[in-house]
Ligand binder design. Structure first.
Ligand code: FE2
Ligand code: FE2
Length: 201
């Protein structure tokens, strides 16, 4: 357990933890449809599971966009001949986050338990499951290969603080243009690099 405790503040481990929470949240929605579920107040039961799940989907995506992907762009693989470089991984992720956000917003427009609500929730699940697989196999793997444990722990603390300080209600959860996001963060990186050079003289 000591080892686990040591690595638990690694941002890539914290992201995996949230992914597990997502998978279990969607599984809990399945369970609410089982034959032995108490039929009383089905809408309230669905809301009790979906409310926190939808909130975490939104906050998690923004936290990754503020804390994880900017550093992936700076430190991740940059071999342009390889499909899996950090720019490609980030473009994919922001696009996926937008698809997930669209589905959670669609769910918010419908009565929990209605056909339209289930359709939106299932869409969020499908988009999110596909995204998590790619993020885990590509972006998180790239990040671990190219950062130190201390860097990942420092970012993990920021990720935890960000999540503790925010709910979806106080964040801008509108879609991000993937190309603009990458351009802006690469420009920030260039400025930081120039500042570093200037500061060194
Ligand atoms: Fe994620
Ligand atoms: Fe993500």
């Amino acid at each position: 357990m000591t080892n686990t405790a040591e690595t638990n503040d690694d941002i890539t481990a914290l992201i995996l933890d949230d992914h597990d929470t997502f998978r279990r949240g969607f599984a809990a929605l399945d369970e609410l449809q089982s034959p032995d579920t108490d039929p009383e107040e089905p809408e309230a039961r669905l809301c009790a599971v979906w409310g926190p799940l939808a909130d975490l989907l939104d906050v998690h995506a923004v936290a990754e966009e503020r804390i994880f992907y900017p550093v992936l762009l700076r430190k991740g693989d940059s071999d342009k001949s390889d499909e899996g470089d950090a720019v490609d991984e980030t473009l994919d992720a922001i696009g996926d986050h937008n698809d997930i956000r669209d589905a959670t917003r669609a769910a918010a427009r419908h009565r929990p338990g209605s056909d339209a609500w289930w359709e939106a929730v299932n869409q969020a699940r499908t988009e999110n499951t596909e995204h998590m697989g790619e993020e885990e196999d590509e972006a998180l793997a790239d990040f671990r290969r190219n950062t130190t444990r201390a860097q990942r722990a420092e970012l993990g603390r920021k990720f935890t603080e960000f999540k503790a300080a925010h709910t979806a209600a106080d964040l801008d959860t509108s879609g991000q243009d993937p190309e603009r996001y990458v351009d802006e963060h690469l420009a920030d990186t260039a400025e930081t690099a120039l500042g570093g050079v200037a500061g060194g003289h």
